[in-house]
Design a protein around this ligand. Structure first.
Ligand code: NAD
Length: 336
């Protein structure tokens, strides 16, 4: 399988490395606009030695290399990735994107979704949005767990995670490294959004369970650091914002049926916070799942984007979500 990665940031470079190291995929092109990477050999940038593919800031890479699939890891938003998806699909390439809004764009972006679905069907390819979350922990995994319930009344889930592995894009949208005042201003301006994906995860669960969600309430609070924290892309002095405590509640009429909590910050252990993923399902049976520590967000996103490649390649054409496709599984550990 011939793969192009579009975006060579924290996630894109991990996906590129997985593709290079897999036995049955070939990385044929990499697109990124960052001048630090342009013109450099991808293998050299990944510390793997010369690979013979250079990072380019040109969409022509897709037409020239004719990939089977393009992995897009450039942005969180449908408006940004739509032109990239459109270009890839028009060049007959399947698409996997980790843009959070693409995990389930059908309700939040109905017109764009209809367009992408029609386009994919016309060109006989599949488009999928995935990632650790949205894409797995607070939606796909929950839906899978409901498979052993006869009746589900309510879902409560929490992902307490470490943002440290993520790149600049994620830090900016979470408000990491801002002052509390800048955080509030960023929320008002819409430059700080907290977790991107609650409406998508809720809509994916609701469609799977046949629930008609009538209202979603979201709350975003700054996580103010008491200690100095630092990652390769951001520095946080005491008194500054280390992350965003974001939650969402979804209702059917006046009954709250889904509660999702997602406090995200860099280096939570520096203040004694343990990470973890917790899912509680209430119905004819009650399920209580704890995963401690959290499923690591960076590694898991890189893995699931890679693992979905063969599944997307053999899926029916159209715009899909994770709940439409076979159960994800690790592909790089295959021994035959
Ligand atoms: P990053 O900032 O480290 O990397 C983004 C890269 O894309 C950068 O190198 C940038 O130069 C490049 N880029 C952006 N726009 C481009 C364009 N138009 N053309 C070419 N290159 C372009 O971010 P990251 O940590 O790698 O994450 C990438 C995106 O994926 C973010 O929006 C992030 O929120 C999202 N994400 C989603 C999940 C999920 O679970 N669904 C998980 C992790 C990251």
């Amino acid at each position: 399988m011939r793969i192009v990665t579009w975006g060579f940031g924290a996630m894109g470079r991990g996906i590129a490395k997985n593709v290079i190291e897999s036995k049955f995929m070939k990385l044929v092109g990499v697109i990124d606009k960052n001048p630090e990477f342009i013109g450099k050999d991808v293998g050299e940038l990944l510390g793997l030695g010369n690979y013979g593919v250079r990072v380019r800031d040109s969409i022509d890479v897709i037409e020239e290399t004719n990939p089977d699939l393009v992995v897009i890891a450039t942005s969180s938003f449908v408006k940004d990735v739509l032109p990239q998806i459109e270009y890839a699909v028009k060049n007959h390439a399947n698409v996997i994107t980790i843009a959070e809004e693409m995990a389930f764009p059908f309700d939040s972006h109905p017109e764009e979704s209809f367009y992408m679905d029609s386009l994919a069907k016309r060109y006989g390819v599949t488009i999928l949005g995935t990632g650790v979350n949205p894409g797995f922990v607070l939606d796909t995994l929950i839906i899978a767990l409901t498979g052993v319930c006869t009746r589900v009344d309510k879902i409560v889930a929490k992902r307490i995670n470490d943002l440290s592995p993520f790149g600049k894009t994620v830090m900016e949208t979470q408000g990491v490294g801002t002052t509390p005042q800048q955080f509030e201003e960023g929320l008002k301006k819409g430059t700080i959004v907290g977790h991107i994906g609650f409406p998508q995860s809720i809509a994916m669960i609701a469609r799977a369970l046949g629930w008609n969600i009538t209202k979603i309430e979201e709350e975003r609070k700054p996580i103010i650091s008491n200690v100095y924290r630092e990652t390769p892309v951001v520095k946080v002095e005491p008194g500054m914002v280390a992350g965003c405590n974001h939650s969402a509640k979804a209702y059917v009429g006046d009954k709250c049926v889904i509660e999702l909590y997602h406090p995200q910050q860099i280096h939570p252990h520096l203040e004694g916070v343990e990470t973890g993923d917790y899912i509680e399902i209430y119905g004819d049976i009650n399920i209580n799942l704890s995963i401690k520590p959290e499923i690591p967000g960076g590694k898991a996103t890189i893995a699931i984007a890679t693992n979905m490649i063969p599944i997307v390649m053999s899926a029916q054409p159209g715009l899909k979500c994770m709940a439409d496709l076979p159960v994800p599984r690790s592909i790089l550990s295959f021994t035959r």
